[in-house]
Every structure is written in structure tokens, then in C-alpha cells.
Design a protein around this ligand. Structure first.
Ligand code: NAD
Length: 260
């Protein structure tokens, strides 16, 4: 169960969870495309991770909401490494408002990044996986794929939607040896979450300490944040698992915040 020589695309991997997944794959000998909005940031991460080795990385400019950009980025990866074995659709943002104040443009932006991004990257990668007769598609869900929180209507809706798309790809991909699964992390201290703390404090009229201790970690078994390394370990399992036995699933990694 290793990823040596595998061709992997991780979207949104110039930062946060995606970067940790890329690092874990490269440590296992994989080649990873750091696909992110800004080419300079993607290239800087690729350079940093290639230096760690033993796998290698390239930076690829990709806005996951833009079909032409997704197709061009995937084509670049196929030209470089001959195919795509693993797709991690991870790019994501957070915007919080109560439903009655949620600007429609921001709702559409959220669904575009999380859902269009997952659809477009899958659509572009699956033909290459089907041709090879194997592959792994991984979506970055959230505990919010299973649970709701106030202010997060667009995020919760999009993250629930990813479960459906992953299950369809699991059924369509099975005949081609392609698996599809969702990772559902609890709160992980990345720039995405750091930005939410003051925003939620403002919107809910509570202190930032209360946001962390009550809203974010109040439901965990030990008041601990999940780490990027914890999430990367699950991403490695889903990528490297050798058979169709593990497909159409979602794995929660959240210090027990959500149990099922
Ligand atoms: P982050 O802000 O550190 O990283 C997100 C990355 O996505 C950035 O590099 C950004 O440039 C990139 N990105 C944003 N829009 C993009 C687009 N249109 N096209 C390509 N790249 C784009 O955030 P993170 O916390 O590492 O989040 C990564 C994923 O994990 C997201 O899908 C998020 O919803 C999910 N997640 C995060 C947490 C958490 O607590 N941090 C918990 C559960 C799930």
C-alpha cells in the first residue's frame, strides 16, 4: 500500500490541509501536482516539498471553478507523468452569514468552489483513470457533511452534496477500478479556520475564546483540534487502499465531535 511513482493532483494544496496531504504523498514517493489559484504560491510549495522528497511536485495554476483551467491543469499533469492515479479535490473556502443575510453571489461562489470544483476535476481526471483501469478520487468533506452549524448554510449544503457525488462516482467507477471516498475533518487550525474565529465572534456576539472552546471544540472528546497530519493520514489510506472494498465511504476525523 504505497504511492511510489503515482501521479496525484491535490487541489488547494499551496496551503493548509492540501499541502499536508501533498507532503504525505511525496514522503511516500508520489509525484504531486500542487493545483492552486496562484501559480507563484503553488510553485513555492512544490519546490519546498520536492526538496523534502523522495517524490516530486510541480506547481499548476488552477481555479477549480473554471472548466478550461481545470482541463488545462489536468492535461499538464498527464503530459508530465503520463496519467492521473489520485485526485484529491480539496480546494475550499468558508463564508459565514445567517441565511436571511447571505448574499446570493456569495452562496453561488461557495457552491462553485466546493461542488463545481469537485465535479469539474473529477470529470477531467476520470477518463485517464478509466484508461488505466485504476484510480482514487477523494473529496474533502467535513463534519459539516454530516452535521449543521448556524451561519454555514452554503458550506453545509456543499459538503453534504459531496457525499452524493462520491457515491455516484463509486458506482460508475467500480467497473474501471476507480474508487471514490470523502474525508470529513473536524476543525483544523489552518488559515481558513483562523479567519472564521473573529467573524463568528462578531456574528454571534461572543468572544473569540468562546468561539474556539464552545463552537469549535465543545463537542470533541478532548477539546483538541484535528491536525493537518491527521487528515493527511486518512487521505493516504484512501489513496493507497488496494481494492474496491473501500469505496463510496466517508471517514470522520474529528476527535469524536461527530460519531456515527
Ligand atoms: P486553506 O485556506 O488553508 O487552503 C485552501 C486552499 O484552497 C488555498 O491554498 C486556496 O488558495 C485554495 N483555493 C481557494 N479557492 C480556490 C479555487 N477556486 N481554485 C483552486 N484553489 C483554490 O484551507 P484548509 O483549511 O486547508 O481547507 C482545505 C479544505 O478542507 C476545504 O475544502 C475545507 O472546506 C476543508 N475543511 C477544512 C477544515 C478546517 O477546519 N480547516 C475542516 C473540514 C474541512
Amino acid at each position: 500500500m504505497d504511492l511510489k511513482g503515482k501521479s496525484c493532483i491535490v487541489t488547494g494544496s499551496a496551503s493548509g490541509i492540501g499541502k499536508a496531504i501533498a507532503r504525505r504523498y511525496i514522503a511516500d514517493g508520489a509525484n504531486v501536482a500542487i493545483a492552486d489559484l496562484r501559480l507563484d504560491a503553488a510553485r513555492a510549495t512544490a519546490e519546498e516539498l520536492t526538496a523534502e522528497g523522495p517524490g516530486t511536485a510541480i506547481g499548476v495554476e488552477m481555479d477549480v471553478t473554471d472548466e478550461d483551467a481545470v482541463n488545462a491543469g489536468v492535461a499538464e499533469v498527464v503530459d508530465t507523468w503520463g496519467g492521473v492515479d489520485v485526485l484529491v479535490s480539496n480546494a475550499g473556502i468558508q463564508i459565514v452569514h445567517p441565511v436571511q443575510d447571505f448574499p446570493f453571489a456569495e452562496w453561488k461562489k461557495m457552491l462553485a468552489i466546493h461542488l463545481d470544483g469537485a465535479f469539474l476535476t473529477s470529470k477531467a481526471c476520470l477518463p485517464h483513470m478509466y484508461k488505466a483501469g485504476s484510480g482514487s478520487v477523494i473529496f474533502m468533506g467535513s463534519v459539516h457533511s454530516k452535521e449543521a452549524s448556524p451561519l454555514k448554510s452554503a458550506y453545509v449544503t456543499a459538503k453534504h452534496g459531496l457525499l452524493g457525488l462520491a457515491r455516484v462516482i463509486a458506482k460508475e467507477g467500480a467497473a474501471h477500478g476507480v474508487r471514490s471516498n470523502v474525508i470529513c475533518p473536524g476543525f483544523v487550525k489552518t488559515p481558513l479556520v483562523e479567519r472564521q474565529i473573529p467573524e463568528q465572534a462578531r456574528d454571534l456576539g461572543i468572544s473569540e475564546k468562546e468561539v474556539v472552546e464552545k463552537m469549535m471544540l465543545g463537542g470533541t472528546v478532548d477539546k483538541e483540534f484535528t491536525t493537518v497530519e491527521d487528515v493527511a493520514e486518512i487521505a493516504h489510506l484512501f489513496a493507497a487502499f488496494p481494492t474496491n472494498a473501500l469505496t463510496g465511504q466517508s471517514m470522520i476525523v474529528s476527535h469524536g465531535w461527530f460519531m456515527e
